[in-house]
Design a protein around this ligand. Structure first.
Ligand SMILES: *Cc1c(COP(=O)(O)O)cnc(C)c1O
Length: 411
């Protein structure tokens, strides 16, 4: 490996004791003994809290912070975050149930996602949560359900903006999209809402995900506020809140650096300060999934075998693609790159070698690290995949090849 190749951002969020990674105050080898089997996902409670604190510190003080729980719906994680954030965004009735079980107040839960069926809408209305409407058909179904039940549904409109969040890992707004209602249709939709018996909350504008570029996020914030305020200024129904999305990214691959949260926060404070005092009193919401939980989580599997094949070292483990699709490179990546991976019980030892970490599945796609420089590992050692607290277990095909599912703990 030449020295000028891009490197992974240093994974320094977990302390190291005697060459062993420490999660939630517990050395990894001991944590593995406590859990009793590998593979597993471990999330560090304190790191999640610290991340929320840093968001509170840098973002404007009166902005509301929501957790988008599809990033990590583990009930213990949602419960922990329920006490730290202002609301939970859910994307299914299953997630709604977890958020309600965690004790989140219904009016602090919002439900987004295309294709909500009649029964799901009826559940959400009965629960009293806010439905982010993704189409005009959904609006009419909700209006019918309001008539039939006598309930007063809480709704917001998801707007498909006329711009994109540039250089995002995943674009979720702008152009033609399955999400939301096109911005140019919104004035007519607001007119329709004014005729109906709905408890109208406001607008939801989410343009993209996994962004590490400050200028791109700043530009999206500026355009989002502009669009939201312009729609609000002509709305026949009061707009109480505007959810401006999120999309803050974390560094996964060589050459990527952590997001400059302070710069994003300073700009957003400035933009909010520029809103004329004559504007209606609107509360703003930022919704984040990945940024809150990704760096607090690791995936851990054990080396079963070390194989030498024509000069290349393969560490064959009991974990893989079926547990962690994203680390294998098959969750939205165009070109496969390595996640940050380490030998968790041999951190920072001087003896290293180039090795590939693979799983037990009969497919060459089952690759957790491709020819990475790692501490020299042997059977029994613990392989750690960092940045695994979001879109890990529940974004993976756990049934593929019928191996056991991994455990999850919040330490
Ligand atoms: C998935 C999703 C999020 C969370 O995105 P992250 O990149 O995990 O922060 C937020 N809002 C909506 C509407 C989503 O669909």
């Amino acid at each position: 490996m030449t020295t000028n190749q891009p490197k992974h951002a240093p994974m320094i969020q977990f302390p190291v004791q005697d060459h062993c990674l420490v999660i939630g105050g517990i050395p990894l080898t001991r944590l593995a003994q406590r859990i009793g089997s590998t593979p597993f996902y471990a999330y560090d409670r304190q790191l999640i809290s610290t991340r929320v604190q840093s968001l509170r510190q840098h973002l404007p003080p009166d902005i509301l912070l929501h957790y988008a729980m599809k990033a990590n719906p583990m009930p213990a994680v949602v419960q922990h975050l329920a006490g730290l954030v202002d609301g939970i965004d859910v994307a299914s009735v299953g997630e709604m149930k977890v958020a309600l079980d965690a004790g989140v107040t219904p009016e602090n839960i919002s439900f987004a996602g295309p294709g909500k069926n009649r029964q799901e809408l009826a559940c959400a209305i009965a629960a009293g949560i806010i439905i982010n409407m993704e189409s005009e058909q959904e609006l009419e179904t909700i209006a019918q359900l309001a008539d039939e039940t006598g309930f007063h549904p809480k709704v917001a409109v998801r707007v498909n903006p006329d711009f994109e969040l540039k250089s995002s890992g995943m674009r979720m707004g702008g152009g033609s999209k399955q999400f939301g209602i096109d911005a140019e249709r919104i004035p007519a939709v607001l007119q329709r809402i004014a005729q109906l018996k709905l408890d109208f909350e406001g607008l939801h504008i989410f343009s993209g995900s996994q962004n590490l570029r400050v200028e791109a996020i700043q530009e999206a914030h500026e355009k989002t506020l502009q669009l939201g305020l312009q729609l609000a200024s002509t709305s026949p129904v009061p707009i109480r809140t505007i959810n401006i999305g999120g999309g803050f990214g974390v560094p996964y691959f060589p050459g990527e650096n952590p997001l400059d949260l302070s710069a994003v926060g300073t700009n957003l404070k400035q933009l909010l300060a520029e809103i004329p005092a004559s504007s209606p009193n609107i509360r703003f919401v930022v919704e984040l999934g990945r940024y809150i939980v990704a760096e607090a989580g690791i995936y851990v599997c054990r080396v079963l075998e070390k194989k030498l094949s024509r000069g290349q070292v393969f560490l064959i483990t009991n974990g893989g693609l079926h547990h962690h699709l994203a680390a294998s490179g098959n969750f939205g990546q165009v070109i496969r790159k390595n996640y940050p991976v380490a030998v968790g019980n041999k951190m920072y030892i001087s003896e290293t070698e180039t090795a590939s970490v693979v799983g037990p599945l009969c497919t060459p796609l089952d690759l957790l690290a491709n020819q990475m420089e790692l501490s020299k590992a042997e059977p029994g050692d613990l392989i750690v995949v960092f940045q695994s607290g979001a879109y890990g277990l529940t974004a993976s095909p756990t049934s593929f090849l019928s191996h056991p599912a991994p455990l999850e703990i919040l330490a």
